[in-house]
Design a binder for this molecule. Structure first.
Ligand code: FAD
Length: 410
């Protein structure tokens, strides 16, 4: 057998201030803000540009995050095109209960599908600002992150060459399935996990929205939801057993369950359409603590996952990216590392707020179908309180739309 000699490594001559692994909302926001502040960076992305610009996922962006993107010149198209939502509707026991959270909190969601935001961020960074982004890279590995001279190696997709970039800092923005989290030394970082024990069938339908707001169907047969994505596409969710096979959900079964679980007196019938995405999410959350080690800083889903119960994940990814950008810029300009030292703790405060709210909300949505009369009764009380107690309504509205971070109030 002929042995393979190891591929030669081509080190870069200069030390780049920041290597960002992953071109999702976190990595691209960070890259744009750094580039604007003349902090050089390289973005390494495993997928192609077309893939990241078309991957469907989130759709609801909280107003504080939109305003923060706007301040960095990253929200022009979003503000032009995204409708604002300020209400959601609960359907339970055949009745409709509309909750106008914008009236209570003064803030809205912007409905802007994640692929559009990613497209805007790639365009701004790569095409407008001439930023360095390398798509389709393989075998990304981090080296020496515990030292002052870290580097990131990868295989170049075109040449097959193994390259290495020397840097000062590495931003791990490579999502839930990335590689950077694994570089935190065991014993240093701890991952707190929570399994909900239920699945959600996540669906995208080629059908216009059937309501002017998000609809949550709270039903003994299982939770269901309707969320607009665009005038032509709507996201739906159906609670299902954890580990269920999407093939168990043919077109007819999906639509009959959606009709049943979202039915309520006076509600418009659902506009049905072809299902263009159908996958089962086994609902779980995790939080990595701390979100940094040495010269590696995690951001977004790489550091924490929150099940899409209250549409929080992308918003947290943006929050991390903005804080990390601020800290890296301060360090680059003045050598002040205080922001970097406080980065993990500052992010985790919001992360835990959102995790706690998602868990609270999940119980309201899943309790009635749990088969446990105690959980069902408690869930009904949670829902009832939103419509009978102004204090409960205000607390829900603030958590649902996301409190404005202190630094954003300017
Ligand atoms: P990602 O978007 O996952 O980006 C990570 C990037 O890293 C990817 O491009 C990936 O290809 C790349 N990568 C991975 N591994 C490597 C590697 N080894 N080397 C180089 N690159 C790598 N959130 C909301 O706020 N609102 C919502 O309405 C909402 N709805 C959702 C609906 C669904 C069905 C799902 C699944 C999620 C939803 N989310 C929502 C969550 C949101 O999509 C994520 O939280 C968000 O994408 C996180 O952004 P990120 O940049 O951290 O990670």
């Amino acid at each position: 057998m002929i042995g393979h000699s190891p591929a030669p490594v081509h080190p870069s001559r200069r030390r780049v201030p920041v290597v960002i692994v992953g071109a999702g909302p976190a990595g691209l926001t960070l890259a744009n803000v750094l580039r604007d502040a003349s902090v050089d960076c390289v973005v390494l992305e495993a997928e192609s540009r077309t893939f990241v610009e078309t991957r469907p996922r989130a759709g609801f962006i909280e107003e504080w995050a939109v305003r923060a993107l706007e301040r960095h010149g990253l929200a022009d198209r979003l503000l032009e095109r995204a409708p604002r939502h300020g209400a959601c509707e609960f359907r339970a026991g055949g009745e409709r209960h509309r909750f106008a959270y914008a009236e209570v909190s003064g803030h809205h969601h912007f409905v802007y599908p994640q692929p559009l935001l990613v497209t805007d961020l790639v365009r701004q960074y790569a095409d407008v600002k001439g930023g360095d982004i390398r798509f389709g890279v393989r075998d990304v590995e981090l080296h020496d992150i515990g030292t002052g001279e870290p580097s990131v190696s990868y295989t170049d997709p075109a040449s097959g060459e193994h390259r290495r970039i020397a840097c000062r800092f590495v931003a791990g923005c490579d999502g839930a399935r990335g590689v950077t989290r694994a570089s935190l030394p065991p014993g240093h970082a701890h991952t707190a996990r929570f399994e909900y024990g239920v699945g959600w069938l996540a669906l995208l339908a080629e059908a216009p929205p059937s309501s002017d707001c998000v609809v949550f169907g709270v039903h003994p047969r299982g939770f269901a939801a309707h969320m607009a994505r665009s005038p032509e596409v709507t996201r739906y969710y159906l609670e299902c057993p954890s580990g269920d096979d999407p093939e168990n959900w043919p077109h007819e079964r999906v639509w009959s369950q959606l009709r049943e679980r979202l039915s309520a007196a006076g509600a418009a019938p659902l506009t049905e359409g072809r299902l263009i995405e159908k996958r089962v999410l086994d609902l779980h959350n995790y939080v990595v603590r701390p979100m940094a080690h040495g010269r590696l800083f995690l951001a977004g889903d790489a550091a924490h996952l929150v099940a899409p119960i209250a549409a929080k994940g992308m918003n947290l990814a943006l929050h991390d990216a903005l804080l990390l950008a601020e800290a890296l810029i301060a360090c680059h300009r003045t050598g002040d590392e205080a922001g970097l030292r406080g980065y993990s703790a500052a992010c985790l405060r919001r992360v835990w707020d959102y995790q706690e709210f998602s868990q609270w909300f999940a119980e309201l949505l899943h309790g009635p179908s749990s088969g446990d009369p105690f959980r069902a009764g408690s869930a009904a009380a949670r829902l009832r309180r939103l419509f009978t107690s102004p204090a409960a309504a205000a607390a829900f509205a603030e958590s649902y739309i996301g409190a404005t971070p202190p630094g954003n109030q300017r």
